[in-house]
Design a protein around this ligand. Structure first.
Ligand SMILES: [Zn+2]
Length: 452
């Protein structure tokens, strides 16, 4: 027997199909898809054979929350994701850009599978000329925004993203009108960066639960742990209760105790010290720009906000144990919130998935259950054709050593790739082998409806 394109030989295979336990198998790939499962000691021939003995063979990870607004260098983000084993990602989160038509034009040949949400700030408010983030859109503007969203959804956008903290002026009328448009589509989804990151976070979570039930649309609360300092457990409980009462609401989290945002964003408006219970500028670290690597003062923060509003500031304000508890919540999806401004980044861009697995294993998770949070759960939430491996499926695969798969990225060196990832296959082609990236991209731009 011969003629496969790729043979991944003798690994511990996780198909993520229902309750299937992992088993020793070889995976044969042909023409972009999984062609056969063979015994671990098969002598089948292929153009490329990878010895996976002692390694895990799993669906490529699905990251439903990334940012690639910086057109001049989206490749850095995508490369960092592949080096974590991610093969499918969703951009346009937190209400941010790029506008969907620009994304379509510039992402025809991505390194991994990419899909886009339409952000209410970059894609809609800006598109209708509403540039003041602190004021509500008019009825006429809301109507225009709804029409643009409808068109983008027709053209293949996956759903709507709301950045409510970044657009404090977004009114109840505005977000409900837009959510209603998202709900017109089968499997419509709204992802939300909630309105408040202080003691009002519980009401901010309730606001989006109401948005879901009122408009009968799925809502995904983004990076919960970074928004709910000191109240994460309460917010998890609110979501759990709402879900058991029938609301279609879920959440994700990245496994770091610091968040980052652009210097000019509303997150760093006056009053943040009170919001974060006395944590002042000394908790803020410039991740790019003139003060890169330095903790800030009120003066340097003001200077960055005025002169370098697009540079990144990392806020070391969250609690590690609270974040780990959130990641370990059975409902929590792993998502990176990867972001690169051209000069600075947060280590979540390169370390999120192995770091989250480390936390989950430490908290007693089986590998099968830990992997669900990176494969089937995110794929099903965003209705993506990913996260499961079966005969005939698109061959998107990660092969890694369960013992050695560890994150290395730090706030000082945010791009350092993890150890222990052996092979990444995207669309049945080798995207990464033993640390070496393919020279050409192999991903697809995914559009609604799902194409499985
Ligand atoms: Zn966000």
């Amino acid at each position: 027997m011969s003629g496969f394109d790729i043979l991944i030989n003798g690994g511990t295979f996780f198909g993520m199909n229902g309750g299937n336990e992992p088993n020793l198998a070889s995976v044969a790939i042909k023409d972009g898809r999984i062609s056969a499962f063979l015994p671990p000691d098969t002598d089948a021939e292929a153009d490329f054979v990878y010895d996976a003995s002692g390694l895990f063979v799993t669906p490529g990870f699905v990251d439903i929350h990334i940012h690639d607004e910086y057109f001049e260098d989206a490749d850095t983000v995508q490369h960092c994701l592949i080096k974590q084993g991610i093969t499918t990602a969703v951009a346009g989160n937190c209400g941010s850009g790029p506008a969907f038509d620009k994304a379509l034009a510039s992402r025809t040949n991505p390194w991994l599978h990419l899909s886009y949400l339409v952000g209410n700030c970059a894609g809609l408010r800006e598109a209708v000329g509403h540039t003041d983030r602190y004021t509500p859109a008019t009825a006429e503007e809301i109507e225009k925004m709804s029409a643009i969203l409808r068109r983008y959804l027709d053209e293949g956008a996956m759903g709507l993203s709301l950045g409510l903290e970044y657009a404090p002026g977004a009114s109840c009328d505005e977000i409900n009108a837009l959510a209603a448009v998202a709900a017109e589509r089968e499997n419509g989804i709204v992802t939300v960066h909630i309105r408040y990151d202080d003691d009002r976070c519980m009401s901010a979570v309730k606001e989006v639960i109401n948005l879901s039930t009122r408009n009968d649309v799925r809502v995904q609360i983004s990076h919960l742990g970074s928004m709910t300092m000191g109240h994460t457990r309460e917010c998890e409980e609110i979501i759990k209760e709402a879900a058991s009462a029938g609301a279609d609401v879920s959440f994700d989290c990245y496994p770091y105790d610091a968040f980052c945002a652009k210097a000019g964003s509303a997150v760093y408006d006056d009053g943040f010290v009170r919001r974060w219970k006395g944590k002042g500028p000394e908790y803020l670290e410039a991740a790019s720009g003139k003060y890169k690597g330095q903790r800030l003062t009120f003066e340097t923060l003001a200077e960055m906000r005025e002169k370098e509003p697009l540079e990144l500031i990392v806020a070391h304000v969250m609690d590690q144990e609270e974040i780990e508890n959130c990641v370990a919540n059975p409902r929590c999806i792993i998502a990176s919130d990867a972001l690169f401004t051209g000069t600075g980044a947060h280590p979540r861009i390169a370390g999120t998935f192995p770091r989250a697995f480390g936390i989950l294993r430490k908290r007693g998770y089986s590998w099968k259950d830990a992997l669900r949070k990176a494969t089937t759960m995110p794929a099903d939430t965003m209705n993506l054709p990913a996260g499961r491996l079966f005969k005939g499926a698109v061959a998107d695969i990660a092969v890694f050593s369960p013992k050695e798969f560890v994150d290395n990225a730090t706030f000082q060196a945010p791009f350092l790739p993890p150890d222990g990832l052996g092979l990444v296959v995207i669309n049945g082609k080798v995207a990464l082998c033993d640390g070496e990236l393919s020279r050409v991209p192999h991903g697809d731009l995914y559009k609604r409806p799902r194409k499985i």
